[in-house]
Design a protein around this ligand. Structure first.
Ligand code: ASP
Length: 251
């Protein structure tokens, strides 16, 4: 078993998603067993934070940000999917966005977005990207299935940066994968605490989700795909002169 993970910038645009589909088709046709973890589309987690903060401040502009979020996902669906599948995915997604809109209206009314509410709001990012991509993979002929990680990843109630219950999560992972042989397309970053409450594993937590899956499945490989070639000397968003290190050894 191989676990692959693609971050937000790798799925920021429909063309990039098409590229990933080609990579995965390569594995699939070779008969490789793999599962794949995705982040929310690039920038979406920040957008979800922004809309919640605006709503909590009583600013109606949160609706504008929500609209951008919703349109972006609708556009991806129409660009990536065709026919009946496009219609079904659009319908499901619109229902999901209605839930988010109601939730934000709640935040707006009570003027409060607690860490617990925030985790639930943030979960819409990964749930949307993975649901859409799993269907794009199905359309391309891969026997893929959408897996909301909240079904298998269990944590405590430290909202915003929850601590994983390894024993329960590993046993859930093993059982779920034994019973579901399709290529599982898993939401990074999100989990659940007792009572079904949505939690998150901290910003950038999708790598962690992939690692947990790899450990739980005794995977041979974990591949964290990124869209910069090699390793840079620093974070290029902070250091303008950052460059790719030409040669590197594990040591
Ligand atoms: N979407 C989350 C974030 O932006 C998790 C991740 O991408 O790993 O932090």
């Amino acid at each position: 078993m191989r676990v692959l993970k693609f971050g937000g910038s790798s799925v920021a645009k429909p063309e990039r998603i098409k590229g990933i589909v080609e990579i995965l088709k390569g594995y699939y046709t070779k008969g490789e067993k793999f599962t794949v973890v995705f982040s929310a589309f690039g920038g979406v987690t920040d957008q979800l934070i922004k809309m919640s903060e605006l709503a909590a401040k009583g600013k109606e502009e949160y609706l504008e940000v929500f609209k951008e979020f919703s349109c972006r996902h609708q556009k991806s669906i129409t660009e990536l999917l065709e026919g009946n599948l496009q219609e079904q995915v659009l319908e499901e997604t619109m229902k999901n966005h209605e839930v988010l809109k109601n939730l934000l209206n709640g935040v707006f009314l009570v003027r409060e977005a607690s860490p617990r509410t925030m985790d639930y709001v943030l979960s819409f990012g990964e749930r949307n990207s993975c649901f859409i991509i799993s269907n794009v993979l199905r359309q391309s002929g891969i026997n893929a299935a959408y897996l909301d990680a909240r079904k298998i990843m269990k944590t405590d109630k430290t909202f915003g940066s929850a601590k994983v219950d390894f024993e329960t999560s590993y046993s859930n992972i093993k059982k779920y994968y034994e019973e579901h042989p399709e290529v599982q397309v898993v939401t990074g970053f999100i989990a659940t605490a007792k009572g079904g409450l949505t939690t998150t594993l901290g910003r950038g937590g999708s790598d962690y989700t992939a690692s947990l899956l790899a450990a739980g499945l005794d995977a041979k490989h974990i591949e964290i795909w990124t869209d910069v070639s090699g390793v840079l000397t620093a974070d290029p968003r902070k250091v303008k002169k950052a460059f790719t290190i030409p040669n590197m050894t594990y040591a």
